[in-house]
Design a protein around this ligand. Structure first.
Ligand code: HEM
Length: 415
């Protein structure tokens, strides 16, 4: 994944940039095309750029609390509402639109999104086919994104691009950064999407390529962070002392910053970070990583050769629940992530964001929206596990992202 990553440079997943433009994104691109795009997109995820979007995330967390207030003192399927929170954030930050799925879950944007994720039996079979034999799937006309969904998201992006280019609109979001890459070939610390000559260009990205990146930011950010928050709240509800300790940290940091939600304050919540890491250990949203062997590889210390073209899976869930690395692995223990304890382990025993050159590009943004959401919730409510949750949690084997059968139901009261 790291030292020999040139043997496993790609994922070998479905891509059809022409027939299925939204599939031409960073996650699926290969070789030189991936390398160049990754280099261009990396600066859009620096701490400075993530900080720029902080206020938007806080605004969505305010909406989350308003919505949660409506069902206080009853049970809630926590993943559902958190998915609406992350939809609003990333709709704002990636597509530059206010989809308001918290206030109005039945809006057009969320409907198309749900249609993409709610895969029936045949869609799952097609997805599996695309995963194991992407070239054959493309040849057979299988699409990753169904044509009506693709048309909808492409139109949303085209309209936004046209409007912003025509009116030189500035918003603090990924769309602005992608537009600068498209028209100016690089990120510039100003509010303009076009160069001084005001001419629209396609320097680094075409409009369709830009749309594919906005789409993958959406796919990357939406399920992963809401899943992390849902499992985190489940563990906090099951471990009230840990819940109280995180709440105290949140309150202390808030007092330090005079009750303001602040990026630096969020970064100072170190205990919360340990709690999130322990959640990501026990429940990695992507339970496995995939690569395709791009150059024959002799497994060190053996005579086994992994041949070019072989697909490889790295079982994150298996590694992260292996008692050899994490004794008593079912126990939720954030202290596994103190600096001292972390240094005792091989670093690659913790892989929720992957590793090597293809590591998740959105780690900072993902952690930021997770911390903001959890801070807002823990400041407002005390959580306990509802009798509606089926214990022990059983993983849904049909889902690509880690999901629990029957959902995670929590009871909550105002603090
Ligand atoms: C808790 C939150 C998140 C988790 C657990 C997560 C996890 C992952 C994992 C496991 C990978 C594959 C890494 C590998 O193969 O080594 C990945 C890739 C990726 N993630 Fe995330 N992710 C999160 C948030 C985000 C966010 C917020 C974004 C964008 C806004 C994002 C965008 C991407 C992209 C574009 C890739 C493909 C990178 C490449 O191939 O160059 N992710 N993520």
């Amino acid at each position: 994944m790291q030292n020999d990553s040139d043997h496993f440079a790609d994922r070998g997943v479905y891509i059809d940039k022409v027939g299925d433009p939204l599939s031409g994104h960073l996650f699926s691109l290969e070789g030189e095309k991936w390398r160049k795009l990754r280099a261009k997109l990396t600066p859009t995820f620096t701490s400075g750029k993530v900080k720029m979007m902080f206020d938007t995330v806080v605004k969505c967390s305010d909406d989350l609390i308003l919505e949660m207030d409506k069902s206080v003192e009853s049970s809630i399927n926590i993943k559902d509402i958190l998915a609406r929170y992350t939809t609003d954030i990333i709709g704002n930050c990636a597509f530059g639109i206010e989809c308001n799925s918290l206030k109005n879950p039945d809006n057009e944007f969320t409907r198309y999104l749900m249609k993409f994720f709610m895969r029936g039996f045949w869609k799952n079979i097609q997805g599996f086919f695309s995963f194991i034999a992407p070239n054959m799937a493309r040849f057979c006309g299988v699409k990753e994104v169904e044509p009506d969904i693709s048309r909808f998201f492409l139109k949303v992006v085209q309209d936004t691009v046209e409007f912003r280019e025509k009116n030189n609109v500035y918003r603090k979001d990924f769309m602005h950064l992608l537009l600068q890459l498209k028209n100016r070939g690089k990120l510039v610390d100003d509010e303009k999407v076009l160069d001084d000559d005001n001419i629209k260009r396609e320097v680094t990205l075409t409009t369709n390529e830009l749309a594919a990146q906005a789409f993958v930011f959406f796919l990357g950010a939406f399920g992963t962070s809401s899943t992390t928050m849902a499992y985190c709240l489940f563990e906090l509800a099951s471990n009230p002392e840990i819940q109280e300790r995180v709440r105290q940290e949140v309150n202390t940091v808030f007092t330090r910053y005079e009750g303001e939600f602040n990026y630096n304050g969020i970064m100072e919540m170190h205990y919360m970070e340990r709690v999130i890491n322990e959640t990501l250990r026990k429940y990695p949203p992507h339970p496995g990583l995939n690569r395709i062997c791009t150059k024959d590889y002799l497994v060190p210390g053996t005579d086994i050769v992994i041949e070019k073209g072989t697909k490889v899976m790295v079982p994150i869930l298996g590694v992260q629940r292996d008692p050899e690395y994490y004794p008593d692995p079912e126990k939720f223990d954030p202290d596994r992530f103190t600096e001292v304890n972390k240094n005792k382990r091989h670093p690659f025993t913790f892989l929720p964001f992957g590793e090597g050159p293809r590591i998740c590009i959105g780690v900072r943004f993902g952690m930021m929206q997770t911390k903001v959401g959890l801070s807002a919730l823990l400041q407002s409510y005390k959580f306990s596990v509802s009798s509606k949750t089926k214990l022990p949690l059983k993983l849904d084997r049909r889902s690509f992202i880690m999901t629990t059968e029957g959902g995670i139901w929590l009871d909550y009261i105002k603090v």
